[in-house]
Design a protein around this ligand. Structure first.
Ligand code: KIV
Length: 262
């Protein structure tokens, strides 16, 4: 029997099943999402922004990721259903050796697979991770860990050369043995071409509807980070949890003090 908890992903693609992925950073949320039938939970380094309050993901450490992955793994352990993928944070996979050491730390914390940002440039790291027996998920397109070098979050694949590079990266990652590939802010037509060309699922975020699955940062989807939401996110119409939480807290203040906070 396969111990690879990502082995259902290529099967899902073969059977035409779409893959729904949400980010998850803690125990109760992991239990709730698992109970809701979300089959893949991503402990994304987006936690740096929506949980830790950093301006981007580059300050997230491996210790941060281990801490949150442990909590998510404890939540998923209750039913043992969902697959947990954890992000290798910025500068923790500069060499193949470092990539394997960092990936092992996340697996020891309970991740079933790890994800890193980048294409063919990182093939030695990706191959080393896979050789170590650790399932791997790719991430192409806009790479949040490179936001400083890139000078912002930009759509990828507009220029023909860039689109061709993305297609070659996706083919290389899938060929190396990636279980799935996240496509972030990729021009939809290019994301569609990649989706048709590879045998593992593409999981899109801001990359159109043709991808094999979709991933969202949970806080964006349910309104838990009301100060900023990326334009491409279609929030759940019934779960505006940030304002709901603020109002509940106000009611508690009122009940306790007798004054309604302004
Ligand atoms: O860190 C993260 O949450 C991610 C998703 C945006 C794909 O990588």
């Amino acid at each position: 029997m396969s111990t690879d908890k990502t082995s259902w992903l290529p099967d899902a693609k073969r059977n035409g099943e779409k893959v729904a992925v949400l980010t998850c950073y803690d125990y109760p949320t992991a239990r709730l999402l698992d109970e809701a039938g979300v089959r893949l939970l991503l402990v994304g380094d987006s936690l740096g922004m929506v949980v830790l309050g950093y301006e981007d993901t580059t300050r997230v450490t491996l210790a941060d990721m281990v801490h949150h992955t442990r909590a998510v793994a404890r939540g998923v352990a209750v039913t043992g259903q969902a697959t947990v993928v954890a992000d290798l944070p910025y500068k923790t996979y500069d060499t193949p050796e470092e990539a394997v050491t960092s990936a092992r730390a996340l697996v020891a914390a309970g991740a079933h697979a790890v994800k890193l940002e980048g294409g063919r440039k990182f093939l030695p790291q990706i191959e080393a991770i896979l050789r170590a027996g650790i399932p791997f998920v790719g991430h192409l397109g806009m790479l949040p860990q490179s936001v400083k070098e890139e000078g912002g979050y930009k759509i990828k694949g507009r220029a023909e050369e860039e689109a061709a590079a993305l297609e070659a990266d996706a083919a290389a990652l899938a060929g190396a043995g990636a279980s799935a590939i996240v496509l972030e802010l990729v021009v939809p037509a290019v994301a569609e071409r990649i989706t048709q060309a590879i045998r593992v699922p593409t999981i899109g975020i801001g990359s159109g509807e043709a991808c094999d699955g979709q991933v969202l940062v949970l806080h964006d989807y349910v309104g838990l980070f009301p100060w900023f939401r990326p334009k491409f996110v279609k929030p759940d119409p019934e779960a505006d949890l940030g304002p709901a939480l603020r109002e509940a807290a106000k009611r508690f203040v009122l009940r306790t003090t007798g004054y309604f906070p302004s």
